[in-house]
Design a protein around this ligand. Structure first.
Ligand code: CMC
Length: 434
């Protein structure tokens, strides 16, 4: 980040005629930012940006997105290359430490992660307090937050070694907890992790294997799972990542911060969209009903939106969706699945992409449009889709949290507001209230 004194942004107060010069900061890629940190001290004004559409909340070296050009890079590497040529643990290493691992580094990182795949035995009993029909994301919010009650030896966020252990524990244990969540909901026994399998193979094994039967992981499904995890691993300062950073800025422990991220991810405008896509396709039911639902999506008085369409940042295409569309074809072909929902989804995509409303607003399928279809074909119930997103995004959350804690100028996040409530008024005694 450079802060050249000669690059400034001048702001003029039309009421007083006074001008203020604000520094302009340059990143390595992307638009420069106007540094407003001293704005209040110098002008008595705050900025107002309720949904953060024009606010950079931090500096970060992890992920870069160019929404106009459909670019997503992790540590400078293109997402298309990472999805095609690397594994999820290679991407995790890259996000966490800044570079693709060498063979030796990957072997060590794999060992560090697999060493932590089991959860404390007492966690099993924790599960029993939940209803079997609880939404898996509700269970995840609870059990991940509870990890802080089990791993007291890695809670000191100022100790780099403890931070590292917590990061490894979270990346390793969240897939185990996610699989346990599924097993609990279907009444099957929990499966212990198998450290001889790859990250994605082990996750499929813990989810779908049962003790009395041998389970052979389908390599096409393991590859598709790995790709889904890579594509969801990080996405810059989105709602859940910003939640993790804000929670962490108060120096809360990492397990609590990641639980906060899971809660934020759950919403249908964010990670919950992949579940919502499948529910929407079921609701539409038949190709002949598409025009009716498109009209509803355009109607401002109707809350219905086309789930899996549109993105806050990508305004031309979502590069993750392009990669996943290919994976989707591979998986369905391998499994020999002829899902009428896929045909419906493709028709919906075709019609929406030609529709003036969607074209004008640059609304096109995002990553969740395809991930839901693949996950369904792999045998995951819709309620597990967002949990899988959380398994992948944990790597991004942990990397962003660690980067923030290691920043020497860390301060608690504390936005201000535009107050629109009542003016100051006198207290009214009960007997005089009307
Ligand atoms: N269906 C119909 N209209 C839409 C949709 C949609 N899916 N998305 C946006 N619009 C319209 C919106 O009504 C607005 O129209 P107008 O300008 O006439 O008022 C315009 O497009 C701009 O939308 P916005 O609400 O200002 O956009 P946003 O940046 O606030 O919201 C979004 C982004 C992703 C929340 C939204 O597009 C949406 O709700 N999509 C469906 C949910 C979804 O698929 N979410 C997953 C996002 S990708 C995974 C992730 O990163 O979490």
């Amino acid at each position: 980040m450079s802060n050249s004194q000669d690059k400034t942004f001048t702001l003029t107060n039309d009421q007083t005629g006074e001008s203020y010069k604000l520094p302009v900061l340059d990143g390595t890629q992307g638009p420069s930012v106007v540094d407003v940190r001293k704005l209040y001290a110098e002008t008595g004004h705050f900025t107002f940006d309720p949904s953060f559409t024009a606010t950079g909340s931090c500096k970060s070296r992890i992920t870069y997105i160019d929404g106009e050009k459909g670019i997503l890079q992790h540590r400078g590497y293109k997402i298309e290359d990472l999805a095609e040529k690397s594994s999820f643990l290679e991407v995790a290493h890259t996000l966490l430490y800044g570079d693709l691992p060498t063979e030796k580094e990957l072997a060590k990182f794999t060992k560090d992660i697999t060493y932590h795949t089991m959860v404390h035995d007492q966690v099993n009993y924790f599960f029993r307090g939940f209803r079997r029909d609880a939404h898996p994301m509700a269970v995840m919010c609870g059990v991940v937050g509870a990890l802080a009650a089990f791993y007291h030896d890695s809670l000191d966020i100022w100790d780099p070694e403890q931070r590292e252990i917590s990061a490894h524990r979270l990346i390793a244990k969240i897939p185990t907890l996610a699989a346990m969540t599924y097993k609990y909901s279907v009444g099957q026994p929990f499966m212990f992790p198998r450290n001889d399998l790859s990250f994605s193979e082990n996750f499929l094994y813990m989810t779908f294997a049962v003790p009395p039967e041998p389970y052979k992981v389908n390599p096409v499904l393991a590859r598709a799972m790995d790709r889904i995890l890579i594509l969801h691993a990080d996405h810059e300062q989105n709602a859940s990542t910003s939640t993790v950073r804000l929670a962490g800025s108060s120096q809360a422990n990492p397990f609590a911060c990641i639980a906060a991220g899971i809660a934020s991810l759950w919403g249908p405008s964010h990670g919950g969209a992949n579940q919502a896509v499948l529910e929407m396709l079921d609701q539409i039911g038949d190709k002949k009903n598409i025009p009716e639902f498109l009209e509803r999506a355009k109607d401002k008085d109707d809350p219905f939106r086309l789930m899996g369409f549109g993105h806050r940042v990508y305004k031309n295409f979502d590069p993750r969706a392009n990669v996943l569309k290919k994976s989707c074809d591979e998986v369905l072909e391998d499994l020999g699945i002829d899902d009428p929902r896929l045909e419906l989804a493709m028709e919906l995509e075709r019609i929406a992409l030609e529709d003036e409303y969607f074209v004008e607003r640059k609304l096109f399928p995002n990553v969740d449009f395809y991930s839901g279809i693949i996950l369904k074909a792999m045998g995951f119930p819709t309620s597990m889709f967002t949990v899988l997103f959380a398994v992948a995004r944990t790597v991004g959350w942990v990397s962003q949290w660690k980067e923030m804690i290691e920043e020497p100028s860390l301060r608690i996040g504390r936005p201000r507001q535009l107050y629109t409530g009542p003016d100051a008024r006198d207290f009214v005694e009960m007997k005089d209230r009307k």
